[in-house]
Write a protein that binds this ligand. Structure first.
Ligand SMILES: Nc1ncnc2c1ncn2[C@@H]1O[C@H](COP(=O)(O)OP(=O)(O)OP(=O)(O)O)[C@@H](O)[C@H]1O
Ligand SMILES: [Mg+2]
Length: 240
């Protein structure tokens, strides 16, 4: 279990997250919903060590993660696919992939993991020797996802993995997420604009508003919640 308790984080003088607590059970998919600017990306950045935590505790399998460097957090098995890809455009696709393990001083990936990545994202395999910046936006998204998988993580923090993808690819991307959880037993904390799709996949749902948790519950509770219906699903009827 990844356990977050009383988390406070922000940028400069601006505090974004206020007393945020959540539990991310192993082998399950937990989704964080919320309007633009609610602090969803900030939450994932705080967990992955990209920004400093001001107060609270992040604990994974008994180890305290807050205060550790990002590469140490990857070594603990927690990998982050940040918002907006953040690949290195001048490095080749293969070099970008290797950064996933080199930065964390992990051994280069197991062949089985690489085979899974290439099987999942054949486009990444086809482009291995090409500068990453020459890939299309959607391909770069797949590369960022693949780079996180190279570290063979137990927990994936996914920040809008479907951003900028065509509708058909959005569904494919979320199907990859589903497979990682159901077939490879990964633990996923997913932030996604496609609220309905994310809720259909999720075992549990949190809603972040103005940097604080406004709702938490199972998928069924979330789907029955009038707050979520009204705010995120257009209000009419029940989500499927
Ligand atoms: N690097 C930064 N420096 C200063 N403020 C920031 C920075 N990044 C984010 N913020 C602010 O923190 C708040 C939360 O931003 P965050 O990116 O976490 O929101 P979000 O929920 O991910 O939104 P979105 O759905 O638009 O991605 C916003 O008010 C934003 O302007
Ligand atoms: Mg965001």
């Amino acid at each position: 279990m990844l356990r977050i308790e009383g988390l406070e984080a922000g940028y400069g003088r601006a505090q974004v997250l206020h007393d945020v607590s959540l539990e991310v059970p192993m082998g399950a998919l937990t989704t964080v919903l919320g309007p633009n600017g609610a602090g969803k990306s900030t939450l994932l950045r705080a967990i992955s060590g990209a920004i400093k935590v001001r107060a609270g505790r992040i604990e994974f399998k008994g180890a305290q993660l807050n205060g550790l460097q990002p590469h140490e957090i990857v070594r603990h098995g927690v990998a982050h696919v940040p918002e907006g890809r953040q690949i290195f455009p001048d490095l080749t696709v293969q070099e970008n992939l290797r950064l996933g393990t080199i930065a964390a001083k992990l051994p280069s990936s197991r062949p089985e993991v690489e085979a899974f990545i290439y099987d999942t994202f054949p486009r990444v395999k086809e482009r291995l020797h090409q500068p990453a910046g020459t890939m299309s936006g959607g391909e770069q998204q797949m590369l960022a996802f693949s780079r996180a998988l190279m570290a063979d993580p137990q927990v994936l923090l996914l920040d809008e993995p479907s951003m900028g993808l065509a509708p058909i690819l959005v569904e494919q991307m979320l199907e990859v997420v589903r497979k990682l959880v159901k077939e490879r037993n990964l633990t996923v904390l997913l932030v996604e604009q496609n609220t309905r799709l994310a809720m259909n996949l999720a075992d549990s749902v949190y809603v972040l508003e103005n940097g604080a948790i406004a709702f938490s519950g199972s998928r069924e509770q979330a789907q029955a919640s009038s707050v979520i219906q009204d705010l995120y699903l257009g209000g009419s009827g029940h989500a499927q």
